[in-house]
Design a protein around this ligand. Structure first.
Ligand code: UDP
Length: 457
């Protein structure tokens, strides 16, 4: 398995690796050096005796290089230098291993070429919603379905999906906003013809019509929810972690002292850096709601030039005893804690799946990429939350933050939202049980790679 060192990409790969290992498959997980450096720096590197072999290769850039700011250079380096380094690593590893499959991340599709170069069949793990898979597929294969993109009131109708407004579409299909990511997504679609399997981290039951609509095109087989076994209420049999930051676990003790279903959990994932205005408005909204909160404010990486907003002066003192601010937490442990009432999320796909499996209602606060579509899914398709609306200045105001908190916890729709969240939680868990949709696709994949003769060395 191969993926670049981004928490949102590493997590599903690792969870998939653990599931494979628990089913008797040998797994080597290779990621970029940045992960090892960060794990060493934050003391989260555990060289436990695990059944997953961790390997690292360089993405060709220094540790300090600001990858998010220089996205184009970063992607180019992954495409070229990292591919070369990965190939060297595979050559080395192949001395002692016979690989029957190489699983690549959909956002690093060219690594399927490395697999081909070494005569290894490739699978792609699509670590976003099946809806996004379908949108990208149709956008590049049937552009005629997307004629109205210039019109802010335009809509797009795709098979198995509700009518999508422009604001619901993933930002990577708009080349003027992010040309290098549009190019990357087009490469992803081209590589779908080169890989033998496309596996999805989502759950069939959550996106049934969409998955069915892709069956006659390039099928995606959902093997999700790819969340950790703890969240699924199962025992963790493979203890390996690849956390690039240190979780401040005292927040769990803090949650233990809060009333059931009372706490607002606020987190924007591993990469988002909030502006000062966003910080101020969230802080005021939280304070006004007068409810307990746990807020993850992750500082930007060293070397990052992005100016991060800071907590308003005096906020920590004023909210002492009511709220807690940490720099990173064990999100899954937090989400499954009975004290948590709702999750204000940027709608990254991992966070989306995790909250669905935990049965926690959301306040969707998306910004770009697939987050915009995930917010639509969460609020209008799954119906497990409300979407925050930006004001004219492009930022959600403090009153809007407060309004959403009240609506999702105490509003007239709150009970219905919670009921729906509990129903989806059950459906997601069922998928990974014996006879479930995810279990079926997963077993089929193992059968197929096992049947495939290993490359003769
Ligand atoms: N996460 C975490 N602790 C935090 C914040 C996030 O463990 O304090 C994890 C979260 O559980 C998820 C991942 O980081 O698995 C974030 O992935 P997501 O796709 O939601 O967002 P991204 O970071 O890719 O924007």
């Amino acid at each position: 398995m191969v993926t670049a060192a981004m928490q949102g990409h590493l997590n599903p790969m690792l969870r998939f690796a653990k599931r494979l290992v628990s089913n008797g498959v040998h797994v080597t997980l290779a990621t970029t050096e940045l992960a090892r450096q960060r794990m060493l720096k934050h003391n989260t590197f555990t060289s436990q005796n695990t059944t997953i072999q961790l390997e690292f290769f360089s993405d060709g850039l220094s540790l300090e290089f600001d990858r998010e700011k220089n996205l184009e250079l970063f992607v180019e380096s992954l495409r070229t230098t990292a591919s070369k380094n990965l190939s060297d690593l595979v050559t080395n590893l192949a001395k002692d291993n016979k690989f029957s499959c190489m699983i690549v991340n959909g956002f690093m599709p060219w690594w399927a070429d490395v697999a081909a170069e070494h005569g290894i069949p490739a699978a792609m793990l699509w670590n976003q919603a099946s809806a996004i898979y379908s949108i990208y597929y149709h956008y590049f294969k049937h552009p005629d379905l997307f004629l109205d993109l210039e019109n802010p009131k335009g809509v797009v109708q795709l098979p198995g999906m509700p009518l999508l407004k422009i604001e619901d579409l993933p930002s990577f299909i708009f080349p003027t906003k992010n040309a290098c990511m549009t190019k990357l997504v087009s490469e992803f679609v081209q590589y779908l013809d080169k890989v033998k399997w496309v596996l999805g981290v989502s759950v069939y039951e959550l996106e049934k019509e969409i998955v069915k609509s892709m069956a006659s095109l390039t099928p995606i087989r959902p093997i999700g929810p790819l969340v950790s076994s703890i969240l699924l209420g199962k025992e963790e049999t493979v203890p390996l972690k690849v956390d690039m930051w240190n979780a401040e676990d005292y927040c769990i003790e803090w949650l233990n002292n809060q009333p059931p279903s009372s706490v607002i959990y606020v987190s924007f994932g591993s990469m988002k850096v909030l502006s000062q205005k966003q910080m101020d408005n969230i802080a005021i909204g939280l304070k006004k709601s007068n409810k307990p909160f746990l807020w993850v404010v992750k500082p930007p990486e060293k070397g990052s030039e992005r100016k991060a907003g800071e907590l308003p002066l005096g906020f920590l003192e004023e909210t002492e005893g009511i709220g807690l601010v940490v720099s990173w937490c064990s999100q899954e442990k937090v989400l499954m804690h009975q004290a948590v009432a709702c999750f204000m999320t940027h709608c990254g796909w991992n966070s989306t799946l995790e909250t669905v499996v935990a049965g926690v209602p959301v306040i969707a606060y998306p910004e770009w990429t697939d987050q915009l579509t995930n917010a639509k899914l969460l609020t209008d398709v799954f119906k497990v939350g409300v979407r925050i609306r930006n004001g004219e200045d492009g930022v959600a105001g403090a009153e809007e933050v407060e309004r959403c908190i009240v609506e999702v916890i105490d509003g007239p729709r709150a009970a219905e939202i919670k009921k729906r969240a509990m129903e989806l939680k059950e459906a997601a868990k069922k998928a990974v049980e014996d006879g479930g949709s995810s279990e079926h696709n997963f077993n089929q994949f193992i059968d197929e790679i096992a049947r495939k003769p290993c490359r003769a060395l």
